[in-house]
Every structure is written in C-alpha cells, then in structure tokens.
Design a protein around this ligand. Structure first.
Ligand code: FES
Ligand code: FES
Length: 178
C-alpha cells in the first residue's frame, strides 16, 4: 500500500509517496539524502537513529514514514549550522564527547530535547533521560560533561523546569519529548 505524505524536514517541505513498510529512517537517508541519523540495531534499542518528530525524540528506524505525514522532523543536519551550532553541539566538540561519533547525532538531539525541558539537569537526570542512547565507545563520562556544560546556554534556560521525561522506552524507543 502506498501513501501520499508531506514531511517538513529541517524546515523544508517534502511531498512524496511512501510504501506502508518504509521507515522514517529509510526515507531520510534514501530519498532525502540526510545521513546524520544512523542505523545500528534497527530495533529501537540504541538511539543511533534518533530524530525529533514534532519536538519528540523518536527512533526513526522503527517509526513508519507514513506516520510522520504532516509532521515536522528535525535531524542533526537541521539542529545547528556552521558558525551557529546548537549549544549541545558546541559542548560535544569542546568536551570531546565522542570517539567514532556513530552515536553522536542521536545523543545530541536527545540532549537538546532534555535541555529544552530541563535546563539544569543533574547527572542522574541526564543519565536517566539519555538511557535510550547507547555509545559503544563508552564516551558516557564526556557526554554527561558536555550536556552539563550546555545546560544554561540554551535559549530560555531561565524558564521554569518542565517534567523530567520518563526513562521508559516506548514503542518508538523513546519516552515523552521536550
Ligand atoms: S538503529 Fe538503534 S534505535 Fe534505531
Ligand atoms: S562515540 Fe562511538 S558509539 Fe559513541
């Protein structure tokens, strides 16, 4: 079965026809040539494919493209731009929060969502929120440091704290979003 969909990806509107079984990750990488979201487990277990859909982090390997019809999607390519990186991107660079970087786009997007929701998270809160993003290079210490460094740099950082996202992994691999 095929579906006419309209996806707004990083602010650009894309109209296309997708088959029922196609995932958002396949469309992003295949049709749109956005390679920041990576596939690793393909089972909503690792977070390498994380994108933001209507502001919520989802595992795009398990999120059907048809389900994204009419929604706004942010990939790592749309989070910042050269010369105007997102505070989390800046902090990951400054703290060397990666080795191979395979997990980094998903880590950065999830961390950006966390800081929108909670601009001053504790170490435990960071670990809980990002529990669905795995790093095979075990750069967790630097990642937590980077997220802490980015805290307070976010636009609206003085806004009241929102509820901490539940750490439970849902159907699409993530909990409630920012
Ligand atoms: S590739 Fe592992 S959660 Fe999508
Ligand atoms: S930096 Fe290699 S998987 Fe995280």
């Amino acid at each position: 079965m095929k579906h006419d969909v309209t996806l707004t990806v990083n602010g650009r509107v894309h109209r296309m026809v997708v088959e029922s079984h196609r995932t958002l990750l396949e469309v992003l990488r295949g049709e749109l040539k956005l390679f920041g979201a990576r596939e690793s487990c393909g089972m909503s277990l690792c977070g390498a494919c994380t994108t933001l859909v209507d502001g919520l982090p989802v595992s795009s390997c398990s999120y059907l493209a048809a389900r994204a019809n009419g929604r706004s999607i942010i990939t790592i390519e749309g989070l910042g731009r050269p010369g105007a990186l997102h505070p989390v991107q800046e902090a990951f660079l400054a703290h060397g929060a990666f080795q191979c970087s395979y997990c980094t786009p998903g880590m950065v997007l999830t961390a950006a969502c966390l800081l929108e929701e909670n601009p001053a998270p504790s170490v435990d809160e960071i670990k809980e929120y990002m529990a669905g993003n795995l790093c095979r290079c075990a750069s967790y210490g630097e990642i937590v440091e980077a997220v802490q460094a980015a805290a307070g740099q976010m636009p609206g950082a003085s806004a009241p704290r929102g509820p901490l996202r539940a750490g439970a992994v849902q159907e699409d691999g993530h909990g409630d979003g920012c």
